[in-house]
Design a protein around this ligand. Structure first.
Ligand SMILES: Nc1ncnc2c1ncn2[C@@H]1O[C@H](COP(=O)(O)OP(=O)(O)O)[C@@H](O)[C@H]1O
Ligand SMILES: O=C(CO)[C@@H](O)[C@H](O)COP(=O)(O)O
Length: 476
């Protein structure tokens, strides 16, 4: 397989919430020569937790599935689910399972932190984001309060992607993109914020070094993976930043990602600072910014509704006036951590297919509502929405986005844009090129184009009204 390659081989990894995916890619042409995937489990009762050692094992399995090609790789990079709090002891073993991005238990700690340090605007101005329950800083504050022994035993704090990078290289290195989702990396200075760290009692020495864009983390030192020892390892990044690289995204082009999380984002040349907290002011992996809004209830919530109704996920029906806000896991955008799902307008003649369509509408509406805040002066008003993530393969998802956005939609042919973006980062490091330019050369954003349809204003109004009128039910 690798014999057909025009250039050196690189490996891109997406360690996301549900699984790890690995791709072996020709660094010159972008051809995907091999792929592998292995699942993780999420547990934790009321919370969302995963054992980081599972991610490492899944990485090994996904790489094994790639066969011989992976043994010829010259560089590798890991993109990972953002925000997760990985706590390691002095021997580098997890003190406890990682608290994941979608664990809403730290909601009280988030509120307290915002209040204690000057309010939402002060956070947005300084850090770039208002630290909701997803942010690592709120999770660390939760751990100190609820499990002080675990916090005291912690000798190193990592994010999911840099935990894996460290196991590959032996080096404690992260990047500005993923660091910008911690709440203790300030976008106003481009560095860890000593005052915030002191406020939450976290010694900066426990954190990884933040590599500059384009800098290597090290080389592969772990002997028991199929990757060649000595292969270059890029700094990696958060999964959304990796997907932005994978699309070769230029400022102002909006992306809507339908996966375990739903996200809307665009690369921007302006540092974001949204005091409403809807838009996280992330850094991208290159040196620009990645304003982003994220929902907790996306493909898993809609699939759950389909399963409850005993229907295939594509078995939707138009019509009727039923509305669903599918906030099964609480919600992050809008910030309703204690919410549950809400159905309004159910009638005798409502069909199961209409109820399923209402779940899609609720999930998509929540993302599109945040899109206007995400887009800034860089954004072209008529730019098509790039639709990615597992859900982009589904007709019902795509048609719901078209109907509720009124925008043209492009669904890139390339799947696994996070892993491709990580591969582009590895290729950029190897070939000394801008990784986004590498991805553009690979043509990863090319795909089927769907023209704009008139927006379904009636459905939009019903959803807006239900969200407003249901406020007391959604904030128990
Ligand atoms: N053909 C498909 N049609 C619609 N949805 C799909 C399809 N294939 C996968 N999905 C959805 O994609 C989700 C996984 O998306 P993915 O982007 O891979 O997840 P993650 O965010 O964990 O990386 C699944 O929860 C599933 O609902
Ligand atoms: O929290 C965010 C973004 O801020 C999520 O987008 C996570 O990064 C999880 O990603 P997936 O597992 O859905 O890819």
């Amino acid at each position: 397989m690798a014999a057909q390659a025009a250039g050196p081989l690189v490996v891109g990894v997406d360690s996301s919430t549900q699984s790890t995916k690995a791709l072996v890619v020709d660094a010159v042409t972008g051809a995907v020569l091999a792929r592998g995937q292995a699942s993780h489990t999420v547990g934790g009762g009321a919370g969302k937790e995963s054992d980081p050692r599972q991610w490492w094992q899944a990485l090994g399995e996904a790489l094994d599935q790639c066969g011989d090609a992976v043994r010829q790789a010259s560089a590798v990079s890991v993109g990972g689910q953002q925000h997760g709090l990985v706590t390691l002891d002095a021997a580098g073993e997890p003190v406890r399972p990682a608290l994941l991005w979608n664990d809403v238990r730290p909601a009280p700690q988030s509120e307290r932190l915002i209040a204690e340090r000057g309010g939402a605007k002060a956070w947005a101005d300084r850090v770039g984001s208002v630290p909701g329950p997803a942010f690592t800083v709120a999770k660390w504050a939760w751990l100190r309060e609820h499990e002080p022994d675990a916090a005291a035993a912690t000798a190193a704090v990592r994010l999911p992607h840099d935990y894996l990078t460290e196991r590959l290289t032996g080096e404690a290195v992260t990047d500005r993109g993923d660091a910008s989702g911690t709440g203790w990396w300030a976008s106003s200075t481009g560095a860890y914020d000593a005052e915030i760290l002191a406020h939450v009692g976290l010694d900066p020495a426990l954190l990884p070094r933040v590599a500059l864009p384009g800098e290597a983390a090290g080389t592969v030192h772990a002997g028991h993976l199929p990757l060649p020892k000595g292969a270059l390892v890029a700094a990696g990044t958060g999964d959304n930043m990796a997907a932005a690289l994978g699309l070769g995204l230029r400022p102002g082009l909006p992306v809507l990602s339908l996966g375990t999380s739903g996200t809307v984002y665009a690369v921007s040349t302006h540092r974001p600072a949204d005091p409403s907290g809807t838009v996280a002011g992330f850094a991208d992996a290159r040196g620009d910014w990645l304003p982003l809004a994220c929902t907790l209830n996306c493909t898993l919530a809609v699939d759950r509704v389909a399963a409850l109704l005993g229907r295939d996920r594509e078995a939707v029906e138009a019509g009727g006036g039923v509305v669903m806000l599918p906030y099964l896991d609480g919600e992050r955008t809008p910030n309703l951590p204690n919410a549950s799902g809400l159905v309004h307008g159910l009638r005798h003649d409502t069909t199961a297919g209409q109820l399923l369509q209402a779940a899609y509408d609720g999930a998509v509406f929540t993302l599109l509502e945040a899109l206007d805040r995400v887009l800034d002066a860089d954004a072209a008003p008529d730019a098509p929405l790039l639709l990615i993530g597992g859900g982009a393969r589904g007709r019902a998802w795509r048609e719901t986005v078209r109907r509720l956005s009124g925008r043209p939609v492009v669904v890139p042919e390339a799947q696994e844009l996070v892993a491709l973006g990580a591969a582009a980062q590895a290729a950029g490091l190897l070939l000394e090129e801008d990784p986004a330019a590498v991805a553009r050369r690979w043509g990863t954003a090319r795909g089927a184009e769907y023209e704009a349809r008139p927006r379904d204003d009636a459905a939009w109004e019903r959803l807006s009204a239900t969200l407003a009128d249901g406020a007391s039910l959604l904030r128990p």
